[in-house]
Write a protein that binds this ligand. Structure first.
Ligand code: NAD
Length: 309
C-alpha cells in the first residue's frame, strides 16, 4: 500500500508515517513545513518520499493523490496560539486545503481519513462527549472558535463526498494527543509544562487550572487510526479518539514537576494575557470512545504518567 500523509512532518503524522513504514508500506508526505519538522523519523528507513508543498496546491495534490492508495489528511493550522494570531490563513488552510484534498480523492476514488477534533464540541458540557451530541460551535466572533468551525465544515465536506459521491471516508475526532515530538511552540500544554519543569523555570498554568483534559499517547492514536483504516465497517463513520483518564491542568502541572524531579513553582496566568481579550476555554473534555472500541476492539495502553515519563 502507498499512503499519502498530508501534514506528515507534524507530530501525529510523523508517528503514523513511522508505523506505516514499519508495516512494509510506502509513505509519501506532503507538508509545507510551516509547523512540522519531524522528517528524521520517516527517513530512517523504508520506502519514503517527502514532497515540500501545500495542500492548497491543486495540481500537486492531484498528482500525489493519484499515485497513492489511501490518503490521511492531517495537514492543518493547529494550536490555539497559531489560530488566534493567524486566523485568516488558518481558516484557508483548514477549509480550502480539505476541499482540495477531497476533490482529488474523489477524482481518483481514494479512501480518505480526515483528522478532525474534539473542538467541534465547542463548549458542550454533556460529558462524556458522544459523537451524536449537539455541536456547540462556540461564538464565531471569538478567533479560537474559527478552528472548530473550520473542522466542522471539513466534516460536512467529507460526509458530503461520502453520501453524494460514494467516496470511502473516515473522520477521526482527536482529543488531546501527546507524546514525543509535539512542539510547545503554539501553546500545547504538555510539552510546554515539561520544558518549563525540566529547566526549573516557573510552570505556568492558564486560568485557575481547574479545567480538565484527557491526554492520549500518540502511539495509541496511531494504532486506532490503522485499525479504522483496515476496517471496512468504519467507512462513512465519525469516531472520537482520546483517553478517558481525566486530569485537571493544575494536577497535570504538579505531576510534571514531580516526575521531572524539578524545583519549579506553579504560577497562574490569566487566559487573556496569553490569548487576548476574547479568550475562552472549554472547562472539560472527556471522550466517549465506545463507537471506536466496539468496532475495532481498540483500547488505550498508556497511562498519563507513562505519557509524561
Ligand atoms: P502538527 O502541527 O504537528 O502537524 C500539522 C502539519 O501540517 C505540520 O507538519 C504542518 O507543517 C503541516 N501543514 C500546515 N499547513 C499546511 C499546508 N497548507 N500544506 C501542507 N502541510 C501543512 O499538528 P498535529 O498535532 O500533528 O495535528 C495533526 C492533525 O490532527 C491536524 O489536522 C489537527 O487539527 C488534528 N488534531 C490534533 C490534535 C492533537 O492533540 N495533537 C487534537 C485534535 C486534532
Amino acid at each position: 500500500m502507498r499512503y499519502l500523509i498530508t501534514g506528515g512532518a507534524g507530530f501525529i503524522g510523523s508517528h503514523l508515517g513511522e508505523a506505516v513504514l514499519a508495516q512494509g508500506h510506502s509513505v509519501v508526505v506532503l507538508d509545507d513545513l510551516s509547523t512540522g519538522h519531524n522528517l528524521a523519523a520517516h527517513t530512517a528507513g523504508g520506502c519514503f518520499t517527502f514532497v515540500k508543498g501545500s495542500v492548497l496546491d491543486e495540481g500537486l495534490v492531484a498528482e500525489l493523490v493519484e499515485g497513492c492508495d489511501v490518503v490521511v489528511h492531517l495537514a492543518a493550522a493547529v494550536g490555539v496560539r497559531l489560530i488566534v494570531s493567524r486566523t485568516l490563513g488558518s481558516l484557508i488552510t483548514n477549509v480550502r486545503g480539505t476541499q482540495v484534498v477531497m476533490q482529488a480523492a474523489d477524482a481518483f476514488r481514494k479512501k480518505v481519513l480526515l483528522a478532525s477534533t474534539s473542538e467541534v464540541y465547542g463548549q458542550s458540557r454533556e460529558m462524556p462527549l458522544r459523537e451524536d451530541a449537539n455541536h456547540v460551535l462556540g461564538r464565531p466572533e471569538v478567533a479560537r472558535w474559527s478552528y472548530s468551525l473550520a473542522k466542522a465544515v471539513d466534516e460536512c465536506l467529507v460526509n458530503a463526498y461520502h453520501r453524494e459521491r460514494g467516496l470511502d471516508t473516515i473522520i477521526v475526532r482527536f482529543f488531546n494527543t501527546v507524546g514525543p515530538r509535539q512542539s510547545p511552540a503554539y501553546g500545547m500544554v504538555v510539552p510546554r509544562l515539561v520544558r518549563q519543569a525540566v529547566a526549573n523555570e516557573p510552570v505556568t498554568i492558564y486560568g485557575d487550572g481547574s479545567q480538565t483534559r484527557c491526554f492520549l499517547h500518540v502511539n495509541d492514536a496511531v494504532t486506532a487510526m490503522l485499525l479504522l483504516l483496515e476496517n471496512e465497517r468504519s467507512i462513512g463513520g465519525t469516531f472520537n479518539l482520546g483517553s478517558s483518564e481525566e486530569t485537571s491542568i493544575l494536577d497535570l502541572g504538579r505531576r510534571v514537576i514531580e516526575l521531572a524531579g524539578s524545583d519549579s513553582e506553579i504560577v497562574f496566568v490569566p487566559h487573556e494575557e496569553v490569548y487576548g481579550p476574547h479568550s475562552e476555554e472549554p472547562l472539560q473534555r472527556v471522550p466517549d470512545t465506545g463507537r471506536l472500541r466496539t468496532l475495532t476492539g481498540w483500547r488505550s495502553t498508556h497511562s498519563l504518567d507513562d505519557v509524561l515519563r
